[in-house]
Design a protein around this ligand. Sequence first.
Ligand code: CP3
Length: 345
Amino acid sequence: MDKNLKNDLLIRAAMSQPTERPPVWMMRQAGRFMKEYWEIKNKYSFLEMCKTPEIAADVTMLPIDLLGVDAAILFSDILVTAEAMGGDLSFEQGVGPRFSNPIRNAKDAEYLNVDCLDKLQYVADAIRVIQQRLDGNVPLIGFAGAPFTILSYLVEGGSSKDFKLTKTFMNNQPELAHSILQKIADVTVEYLNMQIAAGVNALQLFDSWALALSWNDYHEFSHQYNKYIISKLNRKDVPIISFAKGSSVFAPVMAEAQPDVVSLDWNADLLNIKKALPSNMAVQGNLDPFVLYADKPVIKKKILELFERMRGEKGFIFNLGHGIMPDMPFDNVKYAIEVIKEFRY
Ligand code: CP3
């Protein structure tokens, strides 16, 4: 554990050591629900923000300075690995991510380049600037997308409701799908090890859309690659958080990949899940983010319900089951964090 951290609650909880209260951070904690984010976003495109280390650091620091969360998360996107591999990525306002060169067959996939770590150096640079700014106050979480979730964006050419193209691609061209997944996995190993070398204190692997897969397909097209990635990280004292949305049914399988923390959404009872996992494996989650639209007494009640359920458990990190929405009231997010920080076990 990094002895230089002034607040190491997140690292201790991730390592299943005792904490005086659950640490808190929230997915998409630096984003459009903050007017301070828009002040920056109005001047630059999202990718410019990610690729300019000083700006990425400014945005990463917003929730530390304005919300007082217990961890910073690198300001970037899971799709930057696919872009470095040759995907022509853009983010359009109101549309989300788009690849103008989607992959539907072997010829389309020819552009994919695994030798691309140099194109991601800006992330290592951003991590170094952020760590200077953080000055050991709270840990910095780095991250990457899991291969299946990245593949889905490359095949669909953007976001999807039903993953029809991705599933048809995997069903009809499984060998091609596997060769692409392996390439993404290899890039992701190098990319996350670069983040560790640059100084992140924890890592999260986002398999946001694993929920689309059947039990067998999850094993074949997602789990084995996540396991491969986690096994190849120079993790030393850097805990690994494995996140999937809508996937509590996969939690025991996620645990087989041996992350330090399994992060789940709000479908599951977190204590029951924790009891089903190996005893030294922590959990992260799992408040329904939509609670943050409710009145403050309701927000408090729902957070305390979760905390009472988890009372006495080592290895619990508070998070939402998924990210903060752009139209969530800032004041409610801030209030939720105050409630969490006042709680004591
Ligand atoms: O959590 C954080 O604050 C750190 C930064 C971060 C972003 N995206 C910033 C972002 C992280 C960790 C991500 C991960 C990410 N990106 C995931 C996995 C998490 C999840 O949500 O399941 C996924 C699937 C993506 C892909 C992606 N990026 C989508 C689908 C979108 C559009 C979302 C939308 O609601 O429009 C993005 C854009 C994006 N990533 C924004 C931010 C702050 C919005 C960019 C803008 O300002 O227009």
